[in-house]
Ligand binder design. Structure first.
Ligand code: ADP
Ligand code: ZN
Length: 626
């Protein structure tokens, strides 16, 4: 039988998803996005961290390259991660490379030649590269030859000063639409805030781009916000009882605190490292690599750590200090549970956090008054979230403009907080602030005001004669912790302002009038009660490890252990994180399957064609030996 030589039909996006990445179906809006971009449309993609943004440009890049459109340029600020990103694509059989300043002239030249021969599907580059004469020349040559397929701008919120990661070098990306208006562009981010979104559209000229906004819900993440009492001990207990031996990130405000906490965890026998911008960049890179490559590491870090960290099995993100705003909180907590398995977002916060954050905004010299106003509004929204007695997820999603129902998987849903009527206490606090200001002509800080309310005769009280105020001792019935809670919530609801320019003194705001006049009541969460009640209820939650062990039989567990050890060796040989070779979920599926032939491995999620060819036989051997 003879047949005419015909070129095989080009694989569709769905074929690529299966053959290259080993996944059987698109997630949420991925299909619509991929389809739009494959056909040359511009797109703005808003998807939560872990939602699956990478495939939204990687698959169009592959399909378009097959169709002769040339290379996709991925703009990403994550220089330290480019090696692993490119490694993951190479493992999947996709020709990809990155350009950065660590490369020699010869290396860059070789890459450029490859590009001009249309041999690369994806090229990663940092935004500051785009504006260099050499890069501009390269892009122009590619464009001339019709080999510039698509620009994918990752972490696109970095272009906006309202985003929490403003990077001035992103501004130079206007060059893309100005010089190459006919090349499709897509911008991707996990920050959906309205101001930031408008800014991205304007700066990257995406007015005509289609917007794809996903649900921002991450149902597998459990949100918990507790009062900060003894943060180090609280953290230790949280890790030891809920996440022993698991990977996690702990965020702290300052470098000093990061070092302290990392030291404390290590002393307690937890594998922990510190990461902040004050460390040598080689040390930072080394620690980041360890976090990605070793199992069960805890990274204690400032927000300098984490953007683009695509480790799928981070089981918890803990905040020991409050972030600046909900966008930051959501992005940081989103680094937990990318693999879809249950994970914790856990935060402790207290009055001092509120005071610190206010001070940072008020005293920032570079910022305009308008900017400070926006930042204060954003901080207030986060405070309201922390103080909220309703479902955390409903509040969080509501902030991003998404309506939802109580989730059953946050602290407030699982242990509804007791609420107490604090109208009377709030009024006492407000009138005390007022009286003190009136009597002394100056304002005072939180500690002093609480001393007056509770009727403590300190040196300072006597010095100012504050024991003679009508509000002295009127709040002796409440504990200091309760007063702190009242004050936090008054600050959160904008009735009291912390004046950072005057020693963090407290000042009444116009909104206070309604409570003082008895026109509004104040309901507060009973902090100390809820934290106690929430503690021992552990039965409701089985750890992820426990779940895995419960569902696998002894033989499968044995295979899983062998597969993990084998994966570790391969990863080390290739200098890549283990999850780039295979995700845990893929190994688990293999272990369960007890494969006898290559055919048995086909169709396992995460097993693409290239990986089957490269590792199939080895995987069978490892399973047979187990
Ligand atoms: P993002 O960049 O949005 O934070 P990623 O692109 O890193 O998220 O994807 C998160 C995880 O989800 C990755 O491990 C990825 O392999 C996986 N993933 C993405 N799309 C799919 C899909 N359609 N089916 C199965 N897994 C997917
Ligand atoms: Zn809830």
């Amino acid at each position: 039988m003879s047949s005419l030589p015909t070129s095989p039909p080009q694989p569709t996006a769905l074929d690529v998803l299966g053959q290259v990445f080993g996944y059987s179906h698109f997630r949420g809006p991925q299909e619509a996005i991929v389809d739009h971009v494959v056909h040359g449309g511009d797109a703005l993609v808003l998807m939560p961290t872990g939602g699956g943004k990478s495939l939204c440009y990687q698959i169009p890049a592959i399909v378009r390259q097959n169709a002769g459109h040339g290379v996709t340029i991925v703009i990403s600020p994550l220089i330290a991660l480019m090696h692993d990103q490119v490694g993951a694509l190479t493992e999947a059989g996709v020709s990809a490379a990155f350009l950065n300043s660590t490369q020699t002239f010869e290396e860059s030249s070789a890459l450029e030649k490859q590009l001009l021969r249309n041999e690369l599907t994806l090229l990663y580059a940092a935004p500051e590269r785009i504006n260099t004469p050499r890069m501009k020349g390269l892009l122009a040559s590619l464009h001339e030859r019709g080999l510039l397929s698509l620009f994918a701008i990752d972490e696109a919120h970095c272009v906006s000063q309202w985003g929490h990661d403003f990077r001035p070098e992103y501004r130079s990306l206007s060059l893309l639409h100005e010089t190459f208006p006919d090349v499709p562009r897509m911008a991707l981010t996990a920050t959906a805030d309205h101001l930031t979104r408008q800014d991205m559209i304007e700066r990257l000229k995406l007015d005509d781009a289609r917007e794809f906004v996903s649900s921002f819900d991450r149902p597998n993440i459990r949100y918990t916000i507790v009062e900060k009492t003894d943060p180090t001990r609280q953290l230790l207990r949280f890790i030891q009882t809920e996440h022993d031996g698991e990977a996690g990130i702990v965020y702290c405000q300052s470098r000093k605190r990061v070092e302290e906490i990392a030291g404390m965890l290590e002393a307690a026998g937890i594998k922990a490292m510190a990461y902040h911008a004050g460390l040598e960049s080689s040390l930072r890179q080394q620690r980041q690599d360890r976090f990605l490559r070793e199992e069960g590491m805890v990274m204690v870090a400032t927000i300098a750590f984490g953007m683009g960290i695509d480790k799928p099995d981070v089981r918890f993100v803990a905040h020991l200090d409050m972030p600046k705003n909900i966008e930051g909180y959501y992005q940081e907590t989103g680094r937990a549970g990318r693999d879809g398995q249950s994970a914790d977002a856990w935060m402790v916060y207290g009055l001092q956090d509120v005071v610190n954050q206010r001070r940072m905004i008020d005293t920032s010299e570079a910022a305009s008054e308008e900017f400070k106003q926006v930042m204060r509004g954003k901080l207030d929204a986060l405070l309201s979230l922390a103080e909220d007695t309703r479902c955390r997820r409903v509040s969080l999603l509501g902030y991003f403009g998404e309506a939802s129902q109580p989730c059953g998987n946050c602290d407030n849903c699982l242990n509804p907080p007791a609420v107490w009527d604090a109208t009377d206490a709030a009024r006492k606090m407000l009138s005390c602030i007022y009286r003190v200001q009136q009597a002394s002509g100056i304002s005072f800080g939180a500690g002093h005001l609480m001393d007056i309310l509770r009727g403590k005769t300190t040196e300072k009280i006597t010095q100012y004669g504050h024991e003679n105020l009508s509000t002295f001792g009127i709040g002796a019935d409440l504990a200091e912790a309760q007063w702190r809670s009242v004050l936090r919530q008054l600050i959160a609801s904008n009735m009291v302002r912390v004046n950072a320019e005057a020693f963090n003194t407290l000042q009444l705001m116009p909104d206070a009038r309604r409570v003082l006049k008895g026109e509004a009541s104040v309901l507060l969460r009973q902090q100390s009660l809820t934290t106690k009640a929430a503690k021992p209820k552990r039965g409701s939650k089985t750890s992820v490890k426990g779940l895995v062990e419960a569902t696998l039989n002894a033989g499968a567990l044995e295979r899983l252990a062998h597969l993990k050890a084998w994966r570790g060796e391969v990863a080390r040989e290739h200098n890549l994180p283990a999850f780039v070779i295979f995700h845990d979920a893929t190994l688990r599926a293999i272990a369960e399957q007890a494969p006898q032939s290559l055919q048995d491995l086909e169709g396992i999620s995460g097993m693409g064609t290239k990986k089957l060819q490269a590792y199939g036989a080895e995987v069978l051997r490892v399973c047979a030996a187990a």
